[in-house]
Ligand binder design. Sequence first.
Ligand SMILES: NC(=O)c1ccc[n+]([C@@H]2O[C@H](COP(=O)([O-])OP(=O)(O)OC[C@H]3O[C@@H](n4cnc5c(N)ncnc54)[C@H](O)[C@@H]3O)[C@@H](O)[C@H]2O)c1
Ligand SMILES: [Zn+2]
Ligand SMILES: [Zn+2]
Length: 368
Amino acid sequence: MSVRAAVVYRSGEPIVIETLSLDDPGPRELRVRVAATGVCHSDLHVAEGAFPSRFPIVLGHETSGVVESVGADVRTLRPGDHVVCCISGFCGQCEPCVTGHLSICQDKGVDRPRGAKPRMVDGDGKAIHQMTGISGFSEAMIVSERSCVSIRRDMPLDLACVLGCAVLTGFGAVAHTAKVTPGSIVAVLGCGGVGLMIVNAARIAGAGRIVAIDRVPAKLDLARKMGASDVIEAKDNDLVAETMALTGGGVHFSFEAIGLKTTVETAFRMLRPGGACTVVGVAAMGAEFSIPAMDLLLERRLQGCYMGSNHFPLDIPRLIDFYMDGRLNLKTLVSRRLPLDDVDQAFAAMKSGEAARSVITFPGVVQV
Ligand SMILES: NC(=O)c1ccc[n+]([C@@H]2O[C@H](COP(=O)([O-])OP(=O)(O)OC[C@H]3O[C@@H](n4cnc5c(N)ncnc54)[C@H](O)[C@@H]3O)[C@@H](O)[C@H]2O)c1
Ligand SMILES: [Zn+2]
Ligand SMILES: [Zn+2]
């Protein structure tokens, strides 16, 4: 079948809307009619060449949709199911999987093997790649059964998509990676889609104070709506000194959700003894951090976080229940909806920092 999709032919080049051909689903694959796809900074990192990737590529990994057809060996999903897709597909058999660390599975198996018939080709028959097995900036896509979880039908699909990355990552960073405790003091550096969800999740976890930091004042207003108790606008000010003064000696948990060397180092330096800094933002390839050795002596920790250390087949349905229950503020997170043809505008809004989360919606699939 033919679909319209947003293709990046080479890193740094503009996005082109093309008509592509989709293959039929393989035995453990599905064809998903895309309802909505959120625009994540990781898409921008790939498009700009900051992450290594194969090109040409259809980006978009934060996707919801409706299953249209399934391969012969698919057992967990049926046509008509509503799904959220996630790049944390897992094998269930490698050491990280069997020890419960699904998000760092070493054998995801969500792409077709190299040399196999491509899932998607352009008009010249050239293979078009996906981002870890997902290509949500397209009207439909072929994905592995492993990349999807079925969700309840009453969940609006234009909000459900953001559960696949920003919400799962932000929530998981708080609940699974850092394990924020009730009453603790939290700082969040960067209040984009991921950072705002960290704020929301810290609130749900019962944090005593939540200090949100961003360079864009409008983001700080959103952070307050998400539950921040204090905000600091990042300019040329000394963020460590300000946070130390505000919190009477530093925070128990800091989260970096930007992806810069300087802000990671700042996030670490604002910890009180015994505190943990969780680095969610992805810095450019080759970046290194510098932290004072003596600060580690008092049991401060600096830790990575991949997709919120998630167990997405469990986490996503539970997060939807949180939304239905009024605890997850997805309506504040999803700040604008755009058609596929305007995907470059969504990237521009992300670069300027003006949008919380832009979502590409596909007419006819999104419920209103
Ligand atoms: N670890 C993971 O598994 C994972 C998953 C998803 C996203 N990410 C990464 O998380 C980061 C955030 O993603 P996002 O989609 O929320 O991005 P985003 O662009 O929506 O948000 C980034 C925010 O940081 C702010 N900012 C930028 N520079 C700043 C500075 N110097 N000081 C203060 N604030 C600043 C921006 O104003 C913006 O609000 C990215 O690096 C992305 O690649 C990581
Ligand atoms: Zn993402
Ligand atoms: Zn595995």
